[in-house]
Design a protein around this ligand. Structure first.
Ligand code: DGY
Length: 312
């Protein structure tokens, strides 16, 4: 039977041998262009753009089952116009991504990159009372921009560090407030009062570039900025300017505007921790993401409702 389903080749080892019974898979490597043909489903990685040209070349397509919670790589309007269902992988990656966010918060607050370099390069001469002093999280304020699933999971962990929690979101989260003491404030207030600002909004036409010079200027002197959401939410020039001006004490980034390229000034900066988009990279979570994406394909091809549709 000719292949009628496209699945990212990098997911193969996370999936059963026959991911979609009664269908044949063509395994599509990340570097290969999206082919044209009578495919009925595609499971892309977040690095593959699925927009008008790709959808035009896939006239039989029924479902784009993105293997990510973010769907900024998919033109949702173009899919919608063609009646193509788009699904994502929410829930299954929430805890892993929140953990990684905290790994960055701790690494930056306690200056782990500088400490590691000091030891590795033989520059450490012994315990010193004022060496590598960082931010005491206990009693500090954490500002969460975007209190969806991941932002909320980050907030729950903050309670264990006895941090005051602020959040900015279009919706109030009364359960989160009751559970963690988090308080909903405007973005402006959050920026002005937080010692650590962490970003958890999706990348959309409205949010792209939202963290600009004005936002960084409003942040507290000596505060910390963390981004595990999407790189294009941040104006990178503004981020670098805030670092250079000493406005930011440190930055933790797992995502970048032009992945896999990372601005060399960020890589080289002693107070910036740069990671290769590994927020969801645990064995458990990556299996769960791949299998949820494929279960969405199975449901749509069986004429059932998708498990996790992205609603426009
Ligand atoms: C997502 O699912 O959008 C994440 O960025 C993947 O780690």
């Amino acid at each position: 039977m000719p292949a009628d389903i496209l699945i990212a080749a990098e997911l193969r080892e996370l999936l059963p041998d026959t991911p979609v019974p009664a269908h044949t898979v063509e395994w599509l490597p990340a570097e290969a262009p999206t082919p044209a043909g009578p495919y009925v489903a595609i499971v892309p990685l977040l690095s593959r753009r699925i927009a008008e040209p790709e959808l035009d070349a896939l006239p039989q397509l029924k479902v784009v089952a993105n293997c990510a919670v973010g769907v900024d790589n998919v033109d949702l309007d173009a899919a919608n116009r063609r009646g193509i269902i788009v699904t994502n992988t929410p829930e299954v990656l929430t805890e892993a991504t929140a953990d990684l966010t905290w790994a960055l918060i701790l690494a930056v607050a306690r200056r782990l990159k500088e400490g590691q370099v000091l030891v590795a390069e033989g520059g450490w001469t012994g315990w010193h009372p004022t060496q590598l002093l960082g931010l005491e999280l206990n009693g500090s304020t954490l500002g969460i921009v975007g209190a969806g699933r991941i932002g909320q999971a980050v907030a729950r962990r903050a309670a264990a560090f006895a941090m005051r929690i602020l959040y900015a979101d279009v919706s109030a989260r009364p359960e989160l407030e009751a559970e963690t003491g988090a308080r909903r404030v405007s973005l402006t207030q959050l920026l002005e009062e937080s010692d650590v600002v962490t970003l958890h909004t999706p990348s959309t036409a409205e949010t792209r570039g939202m963290f600009d010079h004005e936002c960084f200027n409003r942040m507290r002197a000596g505060s910390i900025f963390i981004n595990t959401a999407r790189g294009d939410l941040v104006d990178e020039a503004a981020l670098l300017a805030a670092l250079d001006a000493g406005k930011l004490a440190g930055v933790g980034l797992d995502v970048f505007p032009q992945e896999p390229s990372v601005h060399p000034a960020l890589v080289a900066h002693p107070r910036v921790v740069t990671l290769p988009h590994i927020g969801s990279a645990t064995t458990h979570t990556r299996h769960a993401m791949a299998n949820l994406a494929v279960r969405n394909v199975r449901a749509v091809l069986a004429g059932e409702p998708p498990l996790t549709p992205v609603l426009r």
